[in-house]
Design a protein around this ligand. Sequence first.
Ligand code: SAH
Length: 459
Amino acid sequence: MAKTKPPVQKNQTIELKFEDLTHEGNGVGKVDGYPLFVPYGLPGERAEVKVVKVKKNFGFGKLMDVIEASGERVEPPCDVYYQCGGCQLQHMSYEMQLEMKQDQVKNALKKIAHLEDVPVHEAIGMTDPWRYRNKVQIPVGEKEDGQLMTGFYQKRSHNIIDMDTCLIQDEMNDRMVEAVRRIATDLGITAYDEENHRGVLRHIMVRTGQATKDIMIVLVTKTKKLPHKEALIDKIREAYPNVKSIVHNVNSAKTNVILGKETHVIYGDEYIYDTIGDIKFMISPKSFYQVNPSQTKKLYDQALKYADLRGGETVIDAYCGIGTISLFLSQKAKKVYGVEIVPEAVTDAKKNARLNKMDNAEFFVGEAEKLMPWWRNQGLKPDVIVVDPPRKGCEEDLLHAMADMEPERIVYVSCNPSTLARDLKILEDRGYATKEVQPVDMFPQTSHVECVAWLERKS
Ligand code: SAH
């Protein structure tokens, strides 16, 4: 067969009609059947596009001008939206974002697991889909005049965009970053420079307890010493007395990983607190804690609804983190077993159980894919199993061990529809029926999708 050449060339400008969206939120248009992916293009739109990359079976384009705009196109409120790599969907109405996320889950279920009949509900969104993030980790740089600046990296680069605000961040986080930047500039603290591996301040991290208004500030330095430490602490406390904890973290390595191993609490407590529903959580600098607490409540409520507990059940919560879902479950169950790979998170989970006077939850450090088969071999018979794995989904060993234990119900919380669909297929083959899936929008303005799936054992 004759080799077909792509119908477009690099740097060519063409008119394109977008028919579809990728899961990153890029518009897809075709030239003689050859697909071009174009960031910021919306289905239904006609646009002028410059071809920037040509591969054998597909290419990439840059949106130059929208000729016929979609009714779903909105003006992004953020000034740096088109430079920043943080958000992908600000040019899209929020209704369309929710629809896109629902479709993505539907498509993954259909294409990967052949589950076209499973109801996938409308994504549960936020009334005000802005200012939701309780945690910021922002790189520090220097302007020409020596003043410190903070901002996220430009897309596909490590150039810091000088910015004063991030519209998906809690306003308190913005204010804390601004205060630290100003105070550190006044004290003559330098920014870390990645290129020559010199300088001091690498990142400012802030965590806010949205329910408690507690604030934790983490200063990440390349140097072992934090210069002007006392003055820095005094000035931060003077400006914001509600700061409960200031932490110094040392990261001397040439790495993209933000936090280093060495952590010193230099003011206040090692923890801050937050509440979700009726449960209080202690949060330490390094532990995983959901970034959108008001949506987390909706996500956990949905998981609890699907678990349908009556009080007498034994439940396993795999990938339990600091025990958030476990403690939600233990309000309604007889016994909950949690497993998590990060030892510090398990320590936090145990403390959180005590803090909430819950004595029916027990936590274990380990790999879920090892502990689940071990529990099976010990003869444990859970009534319900909840899993909430990272993006890569569950290991097959874990899925088989789960099915072997024959729980009535499985509740699968997922941040990646593709691995969810892959795993549902295995569980379907092992005697479980997927009843429904509920997406919850945990990350408005970005292309991330979160959902909860409910499975029942076929009789
Ligand atoms: N359910 C929790 C945490 C979910 S995030 C919450 O809602 O807050 C996923 C968690 O899985 C993380 O805490 C991560 O440390 C943990 N993890 C990753 N791989 C694991 C494995 N193989 N076994 C057990 N836990 C793992």
